[in-house]
Design a protein around this ligand. Structure first.
Ligand SMILES: Cc1cc2nc3c(=O)[nH]c(=O)nc-3n(C[C@H](O)[C@H](O)[C@H](O)COP(=O)(O)OP(=O)(O)OC[C@H]3O[C@@H](n4cnc5c(N)ncnc54)[C@H](O)[C@@H]3O)c2cc1C
Length: 369
């Protein structure tokens, strides 16, 4: 029986790793040409996903690359008021450490046998046990697992659902080598997450393992085509920074100083999600894991769910060696319930972030009563 996984992201690789531990072969088809073809983005906070890494025998290796100090948090209002500062004591348990996404993906890639990932295979369609790739190549499968992320093409084999814009547009910028280039801003942001919430916008800054501070400026309750009307010239980074600073008029100058210090990488990102609690009738021979199955607002659950999906599907397949359909059904039943709950929690957090009194509500969330 041939298991074909489309997508070498966190979910697809967790599945391949757990299958390998259980002595089951799988092939991962990835459209990127190589492991370093594309930057993997910033930090992920890994909490429930640690269970998946433990099952996959990777927890020690994970803790060796994780940054517990990344759990530090500062919460502020646009006028500069510091509402909350939490610094992680050295001996605190690593319940939600941050990890560089590229490091976590490398850890997973190194944990599967050489040749498991077939790079440069962009999946196009599947039917009658045959996968078709963009360059005309084909491959056979008995079970197809779509681990191909937010814009999944495999998803269409199971459901008509598509990601929908949720009224948030983010501009991503960053300060490289912050300790050397801007020690004052490095001290202000600290070792972990720095949040400024208010008036329909937010600024989140986060120190990454490589010394870069990644900054996301979010504009809430904005339309899907907002970037086109925002006046941000993405092809002129200096002018884009100046426009961002204009859009934060009235904010404390320390926050706009962060934007002024950024380099020329300016990336627009529109936030979309799948319907919360999305399900589909179980179909022999194909299933989904990760964002392909349950794309949620980016508030810290997606990567954890993708890791769990991959590992739990592998365990179900190992428990039903002669029955893929039963294994897939068992996996999907648990996955729908678990990720539905995570999706509802993420939607509540998203609603909080989008509200006019987001900073005070966030403070109440962290300091109830
Ligand atoms: C800014 C941001 C911050 C986030 N922070 C967190 C966080 O702190 N904690 C958290 O838990 N989650 C976080 N998330 C969510 C998390 O990144 C995702 O939920 C997670 O990466 C999903 O993993 P995945 O394996 O399903 O998909 P991905 O990691 O997106 O991997 C999909 C893979 O499929 C490949 N692929 C796509 N199409 C094809 C095709 N046609 N053929 C072949 N291959 C294909 C892609 O190249 C990619 O390698 C964040 C998301 C964003 C946007």
């Amino acid at each position: 029986m041939t298991i074909a996984i489309v997508g070498a992201g966190l979910g697809g690789l967790a599945l391949a790793r757990m299958l390998h531990v259980k002595g089951i072969d799988a092939v991962v088809y990835e459209r990127e040409p190589s492991r370093d073809a594309r930057g993997q983005g910033g930090m992920l906070d890994i909490h429930s996903g640690q269970r998946a890494l433990r099952e996959a025998g990777l927890l020690d290796r994970f803790h060796a690359i994780a940054r517990p100090e990344g759990q530090d948090m500062r919460l502020l209002e646009p006028d500069g008021t510091l509402l909350l500062q939490e610094d992680t004591p050295d001996d605190a348990p690593s319940l939600r450490p941050e990890v560089d996404r590229a490091d976590l993906r490398d850890l997973l890639l190194d944990s599967v046998p050489e040749g498991t990932v077939r790079w440069g295979h962009a999946f196009e369609s599947a039917g009658d046990g045959v996968l078709h790739f963009a360059d005309g190549r084909t491959a056979t499968y008995d079970l197809l697992v779509g681990a191909d992320g937010a814009q999944s093409r495999v998803r269409a084999l199971l459901t008509d659902a598509r990601p929908v814009h949720i009224g948030q547009n983010v501009v991503e910028v960053g300060i490289p080598d912050v300790d050397r280039t801007h020690p004052d801003l490095a001290a202000m942001v600290g070792r972990g997450n720095y949040w400024v919430l208010g008036d329909g916008k937010s600024l989140s800054a986060q120190r990454n393992g490589d010394g870069r501070v990644r900054i996301g400026v979010s504009f809430y309750n904005t339309a899907e085509n907002w970037f086109a009307t925002s006046g941000i010239p993405f092809d002129d980074p200096a002018a884009a920074r100046a426009r961002l600073i204009d859009l934060l008029a009235g904010w404390d100058p320390r926050f706009t100083a962060l934007i002024a210090a950024c380099d020329d990488t300016v990336v627009p990102r529109s936030i979309t999600t799948l319907p919360i609690g999305l399900t589909w009738p179980s179909t022999p021979g194909v299933t989904l894991i990760g964002d392909a199955a349950h794309l949620m607002p980016p508030v810290g659950e997606g990567a954890n769910m993708a890791l769990l999906d991959g590992v739990l599907l592998a365990l179900a397949l190992a428990a039903h060696p002669d029955g893929f359909p039963a294994a897939v059904e068992e996996y999907e039943r648990e996955m729908f319930e678990r990720t539905g709950a995570a999706g509802r929690m993420s939607a509540d957090m998203q609603e909080l972030l989008m509200s006019p009194d987001a900073a005070r509500r966030m403070l109440a969330f962290f300091q109830p009563g």
